[in-house]
Write a protein that binds this ligand. Sequence first.
Ligand code: BTN
Length: 249
Amino acid sequence: MKTRYIGRELKYLETTTSTQDIARELAEKDAREGTAVIAGEQQSGRGRMGRSWLSPAGGLATSIILRPPIDFAYLLPAITSVAVFQTLKNLGVRAGIKWPNDVLIEGKKVCGILIEHGLTDGELRYSIVGIGINVNFDTDRYPEIADIATSLSVQLGHEVPVAEVALHLYTELENIYSRTGEPARIIDEWSRNMVTIGRRVSADFYGNRIDGTAEGVNQKGNLVVRLADGSIKEIVAGDVTIKNSNGGA
Ligand code: BTN
């Protein structure tokens, strides 16, 4: 392990409910920043927006406890997705980021990120950064996701040691997370590798669906979408659908 603190304290569980829950318990007991939980498989992996996350053996399911200053926490989606992007690059895989923090290969999802926070009286006590990477599994065996998901082994044509992926990931995450003084550069790295930009998208905007072209991300991390009438909307949270995706990374 080449990191200073991320993954230095590591809890490995062959199987668990969700690494998010285990990490939260540890964070509540004052586990040090960087403590990571890894599971061989999760029985009830959680995704964003109340969705579930399929987490069979052969994948990487990890949750990392961070304690960022509150005014840096908004950058965690950018930081984490850039760290995953770099990790895959180190492994020889060209990926792209779909706003805010999905990682895709040829239009199919290879990684999902779930960030949860522990707050007391408006104070941020910890953030749990949950990362699920499809490392070794044949997505064709899971009909419910076969059309929308891929894995590193499918892309590379061979198995990849999960521990190697985790080591790269913790190193990249620590490198980017340490750059607290460089929010603009982090946003820039995030947006340069984002496949959403320049594409036709539809998104939920305060309960209404809007369609437009994603023009970029601003310094707050919001997605800037231009509508047909020329007006601009800023998408703060949620998901966007990329239309007429031809499968670019
Ligand atoms: C998403 O794309 O909706 C986010 C998926 C996040 C999955 C990871 S796997 C490790 C951690 N534990 C969970 O239960 N979820 C996250």
